[in-house]
Every structure is written in structure tokens, then in C-alpha cells.
Design a binder for this molecule. Structure first.
Ligand code: FHN
Length: 450
């Protein structure tokens, strides 16, 4: 029979290879590790097109490139960006009510269009009829709702004349003579300086578009140093520099630059032990708004993705793509509300937790100090929950949300401790059994997660 379930000192320290868990790194990451759940917002000039161009309706934030829209024609969209229905407080409250503690919004995506009042270019919101600094509005609204404002910023830039390389299909129409990538890097640094000094405390700099040949590790390190110098507590994702490892597991490799790794549209099978990581996922099939895309994941699916990431020791960054008018699609609002309903009862089993202590218990679990949480999206007909390899009875066990109900019966068996479950599930989406022990939860032997 596999290894004993024991109590004692908590889990492995989490190391950032180059900062090696300096106290500062640990402090910096504390709020982020506790949060476990954030909202991603892909919004920009492309949202005006709602995914449609030339009769096709399957585009989104990559429309300028994928639909091969010449730069001057794309510039023609500026007068159409006037999101008068945009309400930053509504956006921030959607995140807060869903239980998200931070919000990462696109300040500039690959098309180069800036949603903030920048002195570095006129290619931005201040040149549109809207003429309002969206980062200002979002930063202030986030703070009013207890959500950390965070900035997504693309390194790749399909508009700036000095950004290289050009898109293959526009090499003929956008010659590179006179272009200086070094000048582009200075532009990038100047905008990052604006973003980190004009809006108060920013939680995360979420860089992207780091994979082109011109963006080197040295440039990534220099940009990281720039951010650290401007905002010592800002958290930086690993996409500040090109990946060192190649192939499928590039995003799963031990991070070498930045503070956390960023698997995309996937939740790593075993998480990324010893490393901070955050899975970013869409709610439907696109990051940016696509009017035709109604293929939204269900609330149970999304809640269970949040449970899965937390049970593997990671964060979930869940995306919304506002429309050109600035509205969050009703399907997204509905799903955020559904997640919020669940989080209102079960957030303690997600926030501030660590990965499941079990190798494969047949259910997902998290732990926090003396607490163990077991997640039951399906209600076992046996009405029994086996904690495999456990040798110590929890002092108390109950269903989250039913703390006033009599505690659940539990007994020891050959295979481990068995909790007797109530007749019915305590939650339609995912019920959670809470177990309180006398000592912090730790697992040893074969039952334990390595
Ligand atoms: O190209 C982008 C894409 O548009 C989107 O922003 C995602 C979000 O993580 N990141 C890049 C693809 O990896």
C-alpha cells in the first residue's frame, strides 16, 4: 500500500532561477501567488472590426496581419474608435465580483495601437474621437474595486517604422531603409517608463510578442532591468525575453528571465513544480472580440479550469474581449457572474493555496496551512471520499458553504481516511470538502506529489 500521509513542515520553496527566492522576489510575488485568479482583457483598434474583413469573420486581434490589411488602410480605422459605452468601473467590478484580484489589459497589442496617453506616438487613442486615456480610467477603477491594475504590452509592433522585421506580405510596400531597431527599443523603453510611472502601482508587466529574431535575451534582460529600476515591486512575465528552450515545452521550461511562466490555452499536466506559472485562456475561441464567435466555455468548465490550475500550484488568467463600443460581451458577463457565485462560497479553497499534496487522488485538491480542500464536480454515488494514504484523521471536515451543518463523519481504512459525504452535493458546479488538521498538511511516500 502506497506511502503514509503525514503532517509537518510545508512544501518546497519556489525558486526563480536568477533571483533565487530573494526576499524581495518572495515579497513581490506574495499578492500574486495569493490571488490565483486574474482577468485578461484584449481590447484595441481591431475590436472595431469585430473579427470581420473581406467577407471572412474568423479574425480577431491578428486581423491586420492575417487579413493583410495595408498599414495606411488600417490607419483609416482611427476615426471609428469611439467606445462611448466603455465603463471602466463596470469592467473592474466584473473582475472583482468574479473573484479575480488582478486585471491585465492590453496597453498596446501587436498592431501598435496604444490605449494610453503616450508622448511617444500619435498612433493611439488620443488621436481618435474618444481621446481619453484608457489606462488612466482602468487603473483608477481597478483600485476602487480592490483589483490590481496590470499592463499587457507587446514587444512586436506592426506599425512602428523602426520595428523589424516587417511582415512578409508587406516587405514590398513598407521598405525598411532608414529603419533602426535600436530606435524602436528606445521607443519601447520610453513607453514602458510612461506605463510604470504615470498610473501609480502596477501589479504586472505582461510582455508578449517576444519571439521574433530581432528580440534577443540581452534586450529582454535590459527591459527587465528597466522595469525593476522604475518599479521594484512590479512582477514581470517570462515573455520579457525570448524562450531559451525550444519546442512544445518552451512555455513549460524553467523560466530564466522574469518572475513567472505563461502557458497559453493549456494547463500543464503536472503544473510546473518549483516555478511560478499562470495559464492564460480564452473564454471562447478568440482573445480579441469576434462577433461570430459564440463558442463559449460553460461556467462549470471555467470553474474547473480554475480548480485545476490552483490544484497544480498555478494561476488562471481568464480573458474577455470587449467590443468596439467598449462593452464586455453578454456571454462573458454571464460566465464571470457564474464564477463569482461559486467563488463567493469557495474562494478560500483557491486563494492563498498550494498545489494538491496527492499524486493522483482521483479528485483535485489544494492545501493551505492546516487545511485541505477536495473538489467534487461530480457527486460520488458511494457518498465516500477517500484521502489515499492518509493515516491521520482530520480534526473536522465539512462542506464549504455548509459550515453550520453537522461535521462530516470520517474513519480510517486500509487505503487511507474516508470522509462520509452528505446525501446531496453542496454546490451545482463543484462541491468542496474542507478538512482541518492539527498540523500543516504535507504528504510523504508514494501518495505524495513530487
Ligand atoms: O499573439 C498573441 C495573441 O494575440 C494573444 O495576445 C496571446 C495571449 O497570451 N499571446 C500571443 C500568442 O501567444
Amino acid at each position: 500500500m502506497s506511502g503514509a500521509f503525514a503532517l509537518g513542515a510545508t512544501s518546497l520553496p519556489r525558486l526563480n532561477f536568477f533571483e533565487s527566492s530573494t526576499a524581495q522576489a518572495a515579497d513581490r510575488m506574495a499578492w500574486w501567488r495569493d490571488a490565483r485568479f486574474g482577468m485578461f482583457v484584449h481590447w484595441g483598434l481591431y475590436s472595431v472590426l469585430a473579427g470581420e474583413w473581406g467577407g471572412r469573420t474568423d479574425y480577431a486581434e491578428w486581423i491586420r496581419n492575417n487579413a493583410k490589411i495595408p498599414v495606411d488602410e488600417y490607419e483609416g480605422l482611427l476615426p471609428r474608435f469611439n467606445p462611448t459605452a466603455f465603463d471602466a468601473d463596470h469592467l473592474a467590478s466584473l473582475a472583482a465580483d468574479a473573484g479575480a484580484k488582478y486585471l491585465v489589459i492590453t496597453t498596446k497589442h501587436h498592431d501598435g495601437f496604444c490605449l494610453f496617453d503616450t508622448k511617444q506616438t500619435t498612433w493611439g487613442v488620443m488621436s481618435t474621437p474618444y481621446k481619453r486615456d484608457i489606462m488612466r480610467a482602468v487603473a483608477d477603477a481597478c483600485r476602487r474595486h480592490g483589483v490590481k491594475p496590470c499592463w499587457y504590452h507587446s514587444i512586436m509592433d506592426w506599425h512602428h517604422p523602426d520595428y523589424l522585421p516587417r511582415r512578409d506580405w508587406e516587405r514590398g510596400t513598407r521598405p525598411i531603409n532608414g529603419a533602426s531597431f535600436e530606435r524602436y527599443v528606445n521607443y519601447l523603453h520610453a513607453q514602458v517608463e510612461e506605463l510604470l510611472t504615470h498610473y501609480g502601482d502596477v501589479g504586472v508587466m505582461w510582455f508578449d510578442g517576444e519571439w521574433e529574431s530581432t528580440w534577443t535575451r540581452e534586450l529582454g534582460l535590459a527591459l527587465q532591468d528597466k522595469c525593476r529600476a522604475l518599479a521594484p515591486n512590479v512582477i514581470i512575465n517570462s515573455r520579457v525575453a525570448p524562450k531559451q528552450a525550444s519546442g512544445l515545452n518552451a512555455r513549460l521550461a524553467k523560466i530564466e528571465v522574469g518572475d513567472f511562466s505563461t502557458p497559453e490555452q493549456e494547463i500543464p499536466d503536472r503544473g510546473i513544480p518549483g516555478v511560478d506559472w499562470e495559464s492564460c485562456v480564452t473564454m471562447n475561441g478568440n482573445w480579441g472580440y469576434n462577433r461570430a464567435d459564440h463558442n463559449f466555455k460553460s461556467v462549470p468548465k471555467l470553474v474547473n479550469m480554475l480548480v485545476e490550475t490552483a490544484s497544480k500550484g498555478g494561476n488562471l488568467l481568464l480573458n474577455v474581449g470587449p467590443t468596439g463600443e467598449g462593452l464586455v460581451p453578454p456571454e462573458s458577463v454571464e460566465r464571470l457572474k457564474g464564477i463569482g457565485d461559486w467563488m463567493r462560497v469557495h474562494a478560500e479553497a483557491i486563494r492563498g493555496t498550494e498545489a494538491s499534496p496527492f499524486e493522483n487522488a482521483g479528485f483535485r485538491a489544494t492545501r493551505k496551512g492546516k487545511m485541505l480542500y477536495a473538489f467534487l464536480p461530480e457527486w460520488p454515488a458511494s457518498r465516500e471520499l477517500l484521502l489515499p494514504g492518509m493515516r491521520i484523521l482530520p480534526r473536522r471536515a465539512w462542506m464549504l458553504g455548509e459550515a453550520s451543518a453537522p461535521p462530516l463523519a470520517r474513519h480510517e481504512s486500509e487505503a487511507g481516511v474516508v470522509i462520509t459525504l452528505p446525501e446531496r452535493a453542496s454546490d451545482p458546479v463543484c462541491s468542496v470538502v474542507a478538512c482541518e488538521f492539527d498540523l500543516p498538511v504535507r504528504v510523504s511516500g508514494a501518495a505524495s506529489r513530487r
